[in-house]
Design a binder for this molecule. Structure first.
Ligand code: MG
Length: 205
């Protein structure tokens, strides 16, 4: 696929497959028109570059929520810990400087708006509706269910819900993103568009 990204995406840390990234770009380009885009889980900004590039072309914005302290499995000693990301105190991680650098280098700072907060806290003050919501935050059952419950209500009719790390086969990965994907379908409020690798794409009906 030929998408012109503003930086070499391979220099940005993250867990998003380029094929999934391209899908995010194309869906954002198609769906994010009248209301902005929201992503939950910024990490170092990889998905924000794909989404941000699309919303920029559409004259829209991407709000990107993350407390930037990493999820459970990214903490020191855990499976997905990256020592480059260690915080100033040396007892956890801080992804905010990496995220800001990615956005700055991509010249997307007018289009990608960081919200440094937990998802739940942001929900209380932040009352916009969105043409597209991308859920890629905490992967615990509690965090994933909460993100779905809260933010799926804020998707405009005809808008898009994208969920990352959806593994239909339990042997391939954790359950929570798949569980909220199923929940969305079973609610009757969403219909399946397609699955691209582990990226589940649903349209609000
Ligand atoms: Mg993910």
């Amino acid at each position: 696929m030929r998408i012109n990204l503003p930086i070499d995406i391979n220099t940005v840390k993250g867990f998003l497959d380029p094929i999934e990234g391209e899908a995010l770009y194309l869906y954002a380009k198609q769906y994010v028109k009248n209301d902005p885009c929201l992503e939950i889980g910024s990490y170092c900004g990889k998905s924000s570059v794909y989404l941000g590039s699309a919303v920029k072309e559409n004259g829209q914005k991407l709000y990107s929520i993350d407390h930037h302290k990493g999820s459970e499995e990214q903490q020191p000693g855990e499976e997905y810990f990256d020592s480059d990301l260690i915080n100033a105190e040396g007892n956890g991680i801080d992804t905010l400087p990496f995220f800001l650098e990615t956005i700055e280098k991509s010249k997307l700072d007018k289009f990608v708006i960081p919200i440094v907060s937990t998802s739940e806290e942001a929900y209380k003050d932040f009352t916009l509706n969105f043409d597209m919501v991308f859920i890629d935050g905490g992967h615990s059952e509690k965090a994933a269910q909460k993100d779905y419950e809260l933010w799926s209500q804020r998707i405009t009719k005809g808008g898009l819900l994208a969920i990352h790390d959806v593994f239909p086969n339990p042997e391939d990965g954790g359950r929570p993103p798949y569980n909220i994907y199923r929940r969305a379908l079973e609610s009757g409020n969403f219909k399946k568009l397609e699955m691209i690798k582990t990226l589940g794409l649903l349209k609000k009906v």
